[in-house]
Design a protein around this ligand. Structure first.
Ligand SMILES: Nc1ncnc2c1ncn2[C@@H]1O[C@H](COP(=O)(O)OP(=O)(O)OP(=O)(O)O)[C@@H](O)[C@H]1O
Ligand code: SF4
Ligand SMILES: [Mg+2]
Length: 332
């Protein structure tokens, strides 16, 4: 049984009387201790999918239109979309933490960083002994590689560099001892050396604690280095999932293929998701059939009567090989 199981999840935004589909019928799972990478171009629904996991999509305008999010912990099962307020608060405090691209999204500028970490520890509700809380604050700062933690804990966020702020944000996320850490492009704003250090830190933490991580990234080099499994999203759909090596070496979906062939050297940390011709359609203009039609090389190579299926019918996602799922009428 997977730790996190997302089934058929759809999230729409109600904007000016229209229902805009941000995430459509997405299914994916995360095992305990696994690093799952979520990739896809801008606007494909990665962040909305992540926010939905703890019901953090602002509603309204967001609407959870279909599906379920199940989180299994020991003998407890959380049906996230159905939790009442009290259980949702408990779930958010104990099971899941988020880190974002901008530390300012999590760090409060008017409180010392040590106090903010202490707050996360206290919110867990398993200790209120102030000496223990301070000791744990120092220890978690040390765990994320902050030098002189006793001094640094007294700093305000602006007194620290971007890389250090990122580490503080990770420390806050870790202080709540989550089972799942969701890292939404955590290093995009940092320079390459600091990026590598932060990612190494996340991997170490996973190895030490057995925490699961969902890592949203535009960078296929990071996928190659970090991920166990990959979910590729396109225009709100999950279009392919498989283990990382399979995705990178034997991608099945034409979109994944295009992403990969657009990157000259995969192992280059600095390589961003390179552009492929054309644009992701906006949720206001999703086509009736396959959302990738119009940019798809495989479809371009098909006869007009075969293309008709791409144009008329959304492909279902199906298991093409063991553990390898793909949403395409024609890829084999
Ligand atoms: N609050 C909102 N109101 C209306 N539409 C929204 C809202 N938040 C997100 N969307 C739309 O939902 C879709 C998915 O957005 P999302 O932020 O998940 O993309 P993403 O894959 O994370 O992109 P990026 O790589 O740029 O972060 C987009 O079309 C976006 O415009
Ligand atoms: S269903 Fe058609 S348009 Fe969509 S990815 Fe497959 S071949 Fe391309
Ligand atoms: Mg995003």
């Amino acid at each position: 049984m997977a730790m996190l199981d997302v089934k058929d999840l759809s999230v729409d935004f109600l904007v000016e009387g229209r229902k805009l589909p941000a995430v459509s019928n997405a299914s994916f799972s995360v095992e305990k201790g696994e690093i799952l990478a979520l990739v896809g171009e801008s606007g494909c629904g990665k962040s909305v999918s992540c926010m939905a996991l703890a019901r953090l999509v602002p509603a309204p305008p967001g609407v959870y239109s279909s599906g379920s999010i199940t989180f299994n912990h020991a003998d407890r099962k959380y049906d996230v979309l159905k939790l009442d307020k009290k259980n949702l608060r408990e779930f958010r405090r104990h099971r899941i933490s988020y880190i974002f691209q901008e530390p300012s999204a999590s760090l409060n500028p008017v409180f010392r960083v040590g106090d903010q970490i202490a707050e996360s520890i206290l919110l867990r509700g398993d200790t209120d002994d102030s000496i223990k809380v301070i000791e744990e604050t120092v220890s978690v700062l040390r765990q994320v590689g902050i030098p002189e933690p006793e001094q640094k804990m007294k700093c305000y966020p602006h007194e620290l560099s971007g890389g250090m702020q990122q580490r503080i944000m990770i420390a806050m996320a870790l202080a709540s001892k989550p089972d799942l850490l969701v890292a939404d492009e955590p290093t995009t704003a940092l320079d390459v050396t600091i990026q590598a250090q932060i990612l190494e830190l996340l991997r170490e933490i996973r190895n030490q604690t057995g925490m699961s991580i969902i890592l949203v990234t535009h960078n296929l080099g990071i996928v190659a280095d970090m991920a166990d499994r990959v979910v590729v999203m396109y225009a709100g759909h999950v279009v392919e999932t498989a283990n990382a090596k399979t995705i990178l070496v034997e991608p099945l979906h034409p979109y994944t293929r295009a992403l990969i062939s657009a990157v000259p050297k995969l192992r280059h940390q600095s390589e961003k998701l390179a552009t492929i011709p054309g644009n992701v359609p906006s949720p206001a203009n999703y086509p009736k059939g396959c959302r990738f039609f119009g940019r798809c090389q495989l479809a371009d190579s098909l006869t007009a009567d075969k293309q008709e299926l791409c144009i008329s019918t959304v492909p279902e996602i199906s298991e093409k090989r063991k553990g390898h799922f793909c949403r395409c009428h024609y890829s084999k």
